[in-house]
Design a protein around this ligand. Sequence first.
Ligand code: ATP
Ligand code: MG
Length: 437
Amino acid sequence: MSQKYQPVRGTHDILPDEFEKFQAVVSHARRMAMLDGFREMTTPIFETTDVFARSMGETSDVVSKEMFTFETKGGDSVTLRPEFTAGNVRSFISNGLQQKLPLKLFSTGPLFRYERPQKGRQRQFHQVNFEWLGDDSAQADAEIILLAARFLIYLGDIKTPYTLLINTLGDGQSRDAYRKALVDYLTPYESQLSEDSKRRLAKNPLRILDSKDPSDQNITQNAPKLTQYLSDMARTRFETVCALIKAQPEIQKYVKVEIAPSLVRGLDYYNHTVFEFVSDLGELGAQNTVLAGGRYDGLVEHMGGNPTPAIGFAAGVERLVLMLERPDMWQPSNDAKILLIPSEDFDKNVVLTFALQLRSNLRLNNASVEISWHGNIKKRMEKAGKAQVSHVILFSPEEAEKKQCAVKNMHSGEQTTYLTSQFSDADFVNRLFTIVR
Ligand code: ATP
Ligand code: MG
């Protein structure tokens, strides 16, 4: 019996229909990134394990449970990247990019986390990722959050509502004061905490606020809030960020801004502003956080570089694709899709030569040129209608005689006869087949 192979658990094939939506998300993100002056870069899909362990922290969920780590034949421990920031910062340091600050970096590609697969949660997934190094201002925080908002608001054909959850972790001084208060509060409950959180109590108590364990959540509900421990400087800074965001008309129209005191993000290196965007559309179920980010001024130094302020965010492509599944959210592009239909007895070399000429002349357009060779002409026309072809070019022997062909616009139904010689004129071809959406 032959074995039937399946994709590995938590991975999936992105077939052409889905890939169109996938590409729509990625190209839109890229366009929004360029608009803000970001430039794209990419790093290897795997790094020395320590790059992630050090940057994300041993007690994080990702490092302690979710990494795909393996040993190379040479005996080195390497890990498939679970996020972009660590690799980008490693690259920033190893390439000496310190000289080039400020830097705005866009990246996209696959990431790997060993988690329980469910809707909107895979073991191989994709993100679009934005990193801005070298600016520590409150204005930079607002600017990048507004870029995130613009990316989401203008993603689909219709505007959909989001909630922006935002919090500040404050500066070092604020965090130290708060950490102490939190440990004092949690210590009497130690025996009731989850095993993970017991470990975190000594190493990284703020993490406990991030716990998904119901018993932990019960206990942390009444924990002191970080806002009470903010230094004046950190508080003023956060107020500036929030005021700038709330003043934007696009935010006022489409985004509910909520201060979320328990939002601490899972990672060690965040400080000041942290944020998440949640889709209010209801299509995503429990996995409705589509984008998350924050400031991580301590990371570059922690990884061995010079102190460098930085802020960034990442959005999950698969979760955004799920939103585009809504029929009103996204339509495939109306690019020219041209199908040549010659009658069976037509000289095939003439048709092919004609198609090749069309492809040359349309190479700068978003167009496709295909030939349907076989079968009853009427059936081929019907098939073209179903396949969303925009133009059919019909070749009958009678027309060939007159060196003509008939072009049918499948949207309007209009059919016009042209001299085949006209098709050697690129301008004519462009005008004929350019469809404005
Ligand atoms: P969650 O709480 O859902 O596990 P996270 O805090 O681990 O999220 P981040 O590391 O901040 O997520 O990643 C940013 C975004 O990447 C998420 O908001 C989500 O859209 C997407 N994402 C994260 N993990 C996965 C996954 N396993 N599958 C699909 N998308 C994911
Ligand atoms: Mg996670």
